[in-house]
Design a protein around this ligand. Structure first.
Ligand SMILES: Cc1cc2nc3c(=O)[nH]c(=O)nc-3n(C[C@H](O)[C@H](O)[C@H](O)COP(=O)(O)OP(=O)(O)OC[C@H]3O[C@@H](n4cnc5c(N)ncnc54)[C@H](O)[C@@H]3O)c2cc1C
Length: 284
């Protein structure tokens, strides 16, 4: 790995100042579990790293009706939070099957989102939970729906100086349930396909549905057409078959070292079906 300078600012202002001075040559670093791998492989060769670890106010979970997660919150904290597991089971589940405990002890949710891998495990759950992200920079702060963050593999809507500071998740609707399912080469490996579903139920009928899949398109993908099919119906039999078929139509996966395009397409349908059933059971 090439030598690099390392900075540890203690405020956002200090971080922006450094990044403006080192523009084009520096990267922010959170846990480093994506970035350092890319630097070792020489995919990225920054001359300087600006750590976000000491920047005040970026870590931790705040409960305020909904929840706010600082971008530097570790997956280990998310996985272990009992309120989060009760209120947002799909996100808790995603955190608990991301990599392994060693990685979860240093990997942050902000890093997972800003790395913008189509397979990022936190993306589908946050999409179905209706999360927004707060992005701050020298010019001020903006809040956008999480879908707008992802622009392509490795690309986000942040400019090079901006920092993702918070993820906000609204309070869930009563009688809702959510689920996250994932398939990898090993149980805690990067996803071959992952999927999350949130449903609001009235008896056996689904009043509202949100569904998202990862690793089957250039960005994590919301499945609006599936959501429309499910809303107003019972989650069973023919509907589940139709959902599975629709998902296969909507995704556009690629073949890579982990799986073929055909396998991903097939599995995406199956996982959304499973997540729907699990989310409906959870709502009960
Ligand atoms: C062995 C192994 C297994 C893994 N398994 C999984 C898995 O199962 N599922 C999964 O989703 N991922 C997995 N990953 C990928 C990685 O661990 C996660 O994506 C992790 O959440 C990245 O977070 P980080 O804090 O380490 O980010 P970093 O590596 O520090 O940063 C990633 C990128 O985001 C930028 N960045 C970070 N934080 C911010 C911020 N707040 N504002 C602006 N830019 C920012 C950095 O500049 C960098 O470009 C795995 C990685 C390894 C090495």
């Amino acid at each position: 790995m090439k030598r690099f300078d390392y900075y540890q600012p203690e405020s956002l202002k200090e971080a922006y100042k450094l990044m403006e001075k080192l523009k084009g040559e520096a990267r922010y670093i959170a846990g480093g579990t994506d970035l350092i791998v890319k630097m070792k492989q020489k995919v990225l060769t920054p001359k300087a790293l600006i750590s976000l670890r000491r920047v005040e106010g970026l870590a931790g979970i705040t409960k305020n009706g909904g929840m706010s997660l600082g971008s530097m919150t570790l997956f280990r904290e998310i996985e272990r939070d009992p309120d989060l597991a009760r209120i947002y089971p799909c996100l808790s589940r995603a955190a608990s099957v991301l990599a392994n405990p060693q990685i979860r002890n240093v990997a942050t949710i902000g890093g997972n989102l800003c790395n913008a891998a189509p397979s990022a495990d936190s993306a589908p759950p946050l999409m179905v939970l209706g999360a927004t992200v707060v992005i701050e920079g020298p010019g001020g702060s903006r809040e956008i729906p999480i879908e707008e963050l992802f622009q392509g593999p490795g690309a986000t809507s942040l400019d090079s100086v901006e920092i993702l500071t918070q993820i906000k998740i609204p309070e869930p609707t009563p009688n809702s349930g959510s689920a996250f399912v994932k398939i990898g080469r090993l149980s805690q490996d990067i996803a071959i396909v992952n999927a999350a579903v949130m449903v609001v139920m009235e008896g056996r009928v689904c009043k509202e549905c949100k569904a998202a899949v990862g690793a089957v398109a250039s960005t994590p993908l919301r499945l609006e057409a599936v959501e429309e099919m499910v809303a107003g119906n019972s989650i069973e039999g023919d509907l589940l078959d139709a959902v599975e078929a629709k998902v296969k139509e909507l995704v556009s996966p690629i073949s890579d070292v982990r799986a073929s395009e055909e396998y991903r397409r097939e599995v995406a349908g199956v996982l959304v079906r499973r997540a729907l059933i699990e989310a409906a059971n959870e709502a009960e």
